[in-house]
Design a protein around this ligand. Sequence first.
Ligand code: GLU
Length: 496
Amino acid sequence: MNTRVRFAPSPTGPLHIGGLRTALFNYLYAKKKAGTFILRIEDTDQNRYVEGSENYIQEALEWCGMDPDEGPKNGGAFGPYRQSERKDIYAKHIQDLLRNGAAYYAFDSAERLNKERKEAEKKGETFKYGHQNRLRFKNSLTLTEEETAKALEDDFVIRLKIESDQTVIVEDIIRGVVRVKTDTLDDKILMKSDGLPTYHFANVVDDHLMKITCVIRGEEWLPSLPMHKLIYTAFGWETPEFMHLPLILKTVGKGKLSKRDGDRDGYPVFPLKWGKETQGFKEMGFLPIGMVNYLALLGWNEGTEKEVYSLKELEKAFSTKGVQKGSARFDYEKAKWVNQQQLQNMSIEEIYSLSRTKEILSPFEKNKHLSLIKLVKKRLNTLNDIKGELAFIKSIHPYDKKVIDKVEDKNPKTILEQIKKTLIKYDEDDLFKEQMMSWSKKNGVSIGLLMQTFRLALVGKLTGPDIFEVCSVLGKEVSLKRINDLIEHLNFKQIL
Ligand code: GLU
């Protein structure tokens, strides 16, 4: 049987990385089994619909390199892939359940239900509409056929009739067998009179009709599984396999990772920007594979020490055995580390080919772009770091006072004059470096002090890329000018 999995987000805003991790595990599962990865938009809840979300989801998947094989954009043989376009299908299927007695119409007013709810609350109970009380209410089980026909002219809902005293047995790939007594379940609404199905009903019908072989989704849906199983049974359908993924927790403390955590601590929780204010991993300078690789580690590991993967490697290595039961904690520092590792695996040319890199380098002369990347590559966690790392090219002032204090009484001018002399003679190449090194040895000037003084002149502070490479990128003319500037600055300080 062809493996078919689906990612089924509701378009209620930007795609949170928790959702994206679900998409990724579906994608990897499909690739591993040479199956089909489907995108289905679950947009039946009109109140929660947010314009632009579907496009966002599609773009995010494409940016990650996880273009769906079937979906609203690419089409496919099992469409439509937007639930709002599948109303006829649900209408037809609900009739099957009404006919075989697995579902029934209910006409109770909101006031009546609220009253019941309040009364239950008073007793410290949660109101449930189901086997224990359904015969006290206004529904097609208690009304005559004529009364029902009449009542259908007004608003109604259709509920699943769950029999009491039964045990639903469901199986989850990660958690094993779960048994639930039907007595604890209520008669869930499947459809309303506006013809729109609830999530549960549409989800099961679509998974069946789209021939989904394994449902992979977040753990928050595990409690719904027994109910879903009952819908499959009501239709006489076989269930697919199920895999519920562990939650992604905030970095510290309890609870799921939220947008608020990201806003507070300055990290993204979305792949792409949303509106003007919310930045995504992309805008923070992440490579798609940097983010994807990190997400793969949130709840999965191969059972080895390996942590850095290309997408192709992930596709090969992924297996449900490696998916963990326990929640995974989000760690932005680790995400940056993974991204840094991915950057180191790329060539200078590959990094340069990225539009984000070009954008960041645009203020610099074009013919220097490649050497600038080469200069700072090792120091990058994200592409955005390029900007900060190259700040010294434009300006190095003011000098770091602490460094001035440190080198001031150690003959910095002699060192600077020597650098100048050597640079003029040998250019900013390997020979120049060699000469400087042997000079420092011969004259008892520590290499550390030589480097610090040189760095102070060219960069203005002690951090930054290899100083001889900096000199080479700046070129002889600029480097000499910066050395002279520092000499002048030191002279000026002496007069004071
Ligand atoms: N529409 C649901 C969501 O957005 C999908 C749950 C599922 O995959 O069954 O989480």
